[in-house]
Design a protein. Sequence first.
Length: 308
Amino acid sequence: METQMVRNKNGQINIVFHDKKAVQIDRNKQPNQMDNGPFSHIDQEFSSFIGLERLKKTIKEIYATIAINEKRREIGLACTKQVLHMLFKGNPGTGKTTVARKLAKLYFEMGLLSKGHFIEAERADLVGEYIGQTAQKTRSIIQKAMGGMLFIDEAYSLARGGEKDFGKEAIDTLVKHMEDNHNDLVLILAGYPHEMERFLLLNPGLKSRFPFILDFQDYDVEQLMDIAKQMVSIREYRLSQEAEWKLQEHLYRKTREGERNFANARYVRNVIEHSIRRHAVRVLCGKQYATDDLIRLTGSDLQLNDEI
Ligand SMILES: Nc1ncnc2c1ncn2[C@@H]1O[C@H](COP(=O)(O)OP(=O)(O)OP(=O)(O)O)[C@@H](O)[C@H]1O
């Protein structure tokens, strides 16, 4: 059965089946043209992400399930409500936060969230210092996030102090609300892989409440180079051949070292942004204002040391 996401005159998203009968699932603010196959909008939204193929596949599965559920509901067949809470495991800079933001927008466009806003929280936002304060703080964050996505980074820090710590209360409050409000709130717990594994082991009840556990792998050098080129091109710069080789060689060394805190795509972003500042100084001092000078980042603009 073929489906498509299309926008109607009122700006609402419809899922259209091959018989052209539309099932309306959404509200007014809508994405760009989506008329080339059922997944073209998802492909478009995630096109700027290098790699992450497994994640893109999962999103398509969620979308397809919802579309087909609508079709089934129409003819009176049983439909299961999709629970969308997720666990994201990945090293620094592997795209967890950026992907979560994008998902919040997409879920809103798909009609799964009523507002689609994104709230990022960490331990200090949820855990209080005296009895009763934690449940209050956590509830207030949940209230803020209703209709959207609540993203808790370094989620294991909630379990830091063990049973006696107020963090435990924050976890219990979150669990209670995620069950009660799963229709209009998506909770994502994120963090580094090893710590997340330990966190789940210590809180065995949690894992089963998150139907989606996504691993964000470290990027390889080829992907990091693609990310670098994309970042440069979005900013309307270009890496010279020499700069490319220099960066590539440096990334091979960095990734080979297997440094635990290597910040993947964020590291690359910092290198590029730093190079743009160095380029500006060089060009200004040299008074070289031809278009190519203003665009081209050379090897000397790239300062590749461990301070970045
Ligand atoms: N697959 C990707 N393609 C393009 N850019 C990416 C990709 N993954 C990450 N980035 C970029 O890298 C930067 C860091 O990403 P992000 O903050 O989402 O990582 P993170 O996993 O949340 O890191 P941390 O766990 O340290 O908070 C952002 O600028 C993001 O746009």
